[in-house]
Design a protein around this ligand. Structure first.
Ligand code: TTJ
Length: 659
């Protein structure tokens, strides 16, 4: 650690920027470097996933991963991560320090690391490089996206310093070398950077998320200690992450508030130069949580290591189930999903040359990884189960339960499709329209019976149908399919739309049967209304995604205010910005009515503001791509309320006139 031990008071002196002459900081190679960094600033999302808080936190991980590499190489035992009062982050380690001497390209090696895209791993002589993936190569990306970034390297008795602004070096080299700012007997690297607020939506790191990721890193590196400090609040918060139990501890932690049915099972092995470690435990819950890591980096999209583990595990459990006569001769095998019902697992491998594919380059692609993990799993898990029959029987019990539920769900779905397909007109609450010409028809899904009543009166019954729904419909992200299908509100909707739904076991959705060209969600302009809208969108996204991708889904934007001037025309105002503008442009007194909900409008007002195609405002729901939608659904349906609210209100501002 540099700043704390050696010179505890040495922060980074702000506001004292040196002015440099160009000839000191730029040379021929700098030109391509700048072009590279410019590309990063132009499309930050391509390099860090997004410019949301997630992408912001990612900057820290990109830097930390370098120190983890140094740990893997055997030269670093401690990493320090500090969220500073000024909004910057400091990451330091007690490794050997980034090389600072001249490199062949006429630049210090350190500058090459921070200004060249994909320079990671170049000076890294560890057996397991994280390079080749998205990680550990991102120091230059972080640099490009930072208002300032300061590097301090302790090495060979000296402390060297380098500084950048938006990726561009601002310190002149002296005979091609970095300036020395002090002496020390220690070694290590320290990086301090401030994310650029012209790039990121928000520049406040999320402490809890950073901590949870650092904790994860500690589990994966049992000999590493990570010190985290948040200095931004009144009180400084300090946490030490050191997890000598490794991934076993990781599993225990993930399952700590759950009902586990056996002790954590752990095994490891090595083959063809690939090291494999697996830990898992079953809990009394109906879902699986299997995480894959390669060289200590989480693989969000999974990959070959997980495939190898899952395939072998399924085979082994089916073999045991037959040996134990749980599965009879005529019974089909358990599916992979049956077998993993209730499983929490971490599969961590070390690979000398990892390759990644997929949308975010986080899916391990090495075929040998599947082979090796499968072999180690087959050998080790059988050894374990032969000696621990009790755990094995409990696990097979979970698979049996899962298979039973799966069969019930399959049946429930067939029933719904055959028996209830034609119950469309017998639906009490739906006030259908007269026209059968789907291209002209619209259906309004209205929150609440009273608003529903007004909407029924106000509508043009020739082509507008009204379906009132009560309260909150089921959160389909969390519910099992038979529950979803048993929900009266959801059944009514599926029947009304007329095109079935798709899920899991085959696609029965037929968009050509859709009875309405526009499906319009009509909810109050408040948090509850926003919640209802997201629940409906989740339902559509999961079971009828083409409704969204083909542009049939809209959100009605009821006005927030009605301005009634003493002279002149009344005007509906749809948000606070509109009100602000109205105040500026309108001279003279006016009365302002604020609508708290759709229920407060009479039929005429409802017609003018939300039903009449001539005057209403609709926001068409779009899916830019399915990945984004899936993330949003997850975000919207997660337990975190603030980002959800922010998202909905952001979108509301994008509302466009539908003419
Ligand atoms: C690589 O091999 C030669 C001696 O130095 C090794 C090295 O680069 N070590 C190293 C880099 N330790 N820590 C880093 C590092 C730390 C942070 C916080 C950020 C970056 C970009 C690198």
């Amino acid at each position: 650690m540099i700043s704390r031990k050696n010179n505890p008071e040495s922060g980074f002196k702000k506001g004292k920027k040196k002015v440099m002459s160009d000839k000191n900081t730029y040379d021929a190679s700098s030109i391509t470097v700048l072009e590279g960094l410019e590309a990063v600033r132009k499309r930050p999302g391509m390099y860090i996933g997004s410019v949301s808080t997630k992408g912001l936190n990612h900057l820290i991980y990109e830097i930390v991963d370098n120190s983890v590499d140094e740990h893997l190489a055997g030269f670093c035992s401690h990493i320090y991560v500090t969220l500073e009062k000024d909004g910057s982050a400091t990451v330091s380690d007690n490794g050997r320090g980034i090389p600072v001497e001249m490199h062949e390209k006429g630049m210090s090696a350190e500058r090459l690391v921070f200004t060249t895209l994909h320079a990671g791993g170049k000076f890294d002589d560890s057996a397991y490089k994280t390079s080749g993936g998205l990680h550990g190569v991102g120091s230059s990306v972080v640099n490009a996206l930072s208002t300032f970034l300061t590097v301090r390297v302790k090495k060979g008795g000296y402390i060297y310093e380098d500084k950048y602004e938006r990726g561009v070096p601002v310190i002149p080299l002296q005979d091609g070398l970095l300036p020395v700012v002090g002496k020390t007997k220690e070694t290590g690297t320290e990086i301090n950077f401030l994310p650029d607020d012209t790039i990121f939506d928000r520049t406040r790191f999320k402490g809890s998320e950073v901590m949870s990721r650092l904790h994860e890193t500690a589990y994966l590196n049992p000999e590493l200690t990570i010190e985290f400090e948040d200095r931004r609040g009144e009180e400084v918060e300090h946490t030490t992450f050191h997890e000598p139990e490794g991934i076993r501890g990781f599993i225990k932690d993930m399952n700590k508030s759950k009902d586990a049915i056996h002790d954590v099972i752990y095994f490891s092995g090595e083959s063809e130069g690939v090291a494999v470690e697996v830990a898992f435990q079953y809990v009394n819950e109906f879902h699986e949580n299997v995480l894959g890591f390669c060289n200590n980096i989480y693989n969000a999209e999974g990959g070959t290591h997980l495939t190898g583990f899952k395939t072998m595990f399924t085979t082994v459990i089916n073999n045991y189930a037959r040996q134990l006569n749980v599965l009879k001769e005529k019974d089909p095998n358990f599916t992979g999903a049956d077998v993993r019902n209730g499983m929490t697992a971490v599969v961590s491998i070390k690979h000398p040359d990892p390759r990644f594919e997929g949308q975010t380059k986080t899916k391990l692609d090495n075929q040998d990884a599947a082979k090796v993990v499968s072999k180690v799993t087959g050998d080790e898990i059988v050894r374990y189960f032969d000696r621990n029959l009790e755990a094995l029987k409990n696990i097979i019990g979970c698979a049996e339960k899962a298979a039973k539920i799966r069969k019930t769900e399959e049946k429930a779905k067939t029933n719904l499709l055959t028996k209830q397909k034609y119950s469309f007109d017998s639906n009490g609450k739906l006030a259908n329209c007269e026209s059968k010409d789907a291209s002209k028809c619209e259906i309004f899904i209205v929150e609440g019976d009273s608003a529903g009543g007004s909407a029924k009166t106000a509508r043009n019954r020739a082509y507008q149908a009204i379906l009132p729904i009560r309260g909150k419909i089921l959160n389909v992200e969390k519910a099992s399919i038979d529950k979803v299908l048993a929900n009266a509100e959801i059944k009514t909707m599926i029947n009304a739309f007329g095109c079935g739904f798709s899920e899991g076991y085959g696609n029965d959705f037929d968009i050509t049967k859709l009875r309405y060209n526009k499906i319009i969600i009509m909810a109050d302009a408040d948090v509850d209304g926003a919640h209802i809208s997201t629940l409906l969108l989740t339902l559509f996204y999961r079971f009828m995604p083409e409704l969204i991708s083909e542009g049939h889904v809209y959100i009605a934007m009821p006005p927030l205010y009605k301005a009634m001037p003493s002279k002149g025309k009344e005007e509906y105002l749809y948000d606070d910005k509109a009100l602000e503008k109205y105040r500026k442009r309108h001279k003279g007194p006016f009365t302002l009515q604020r609508y708290k909900g759709l229920g407060e409008m009479d039929a005429q007002q409802l017609w003018e503001t939300t039903l009449d195609p001539e005057t209403r405002i609709l926001k068409q729901v779009e899916i830019e791509d399915s990945r984004l939608a899936s993330q949003i659904t997850e975000m919207l349906m997660g337990t975190d309320v603030p980002p959800r609210k922010a998202f909905i209100y952001e979108r509301a501002n994008e509302a466009i006139l539908d003419v």
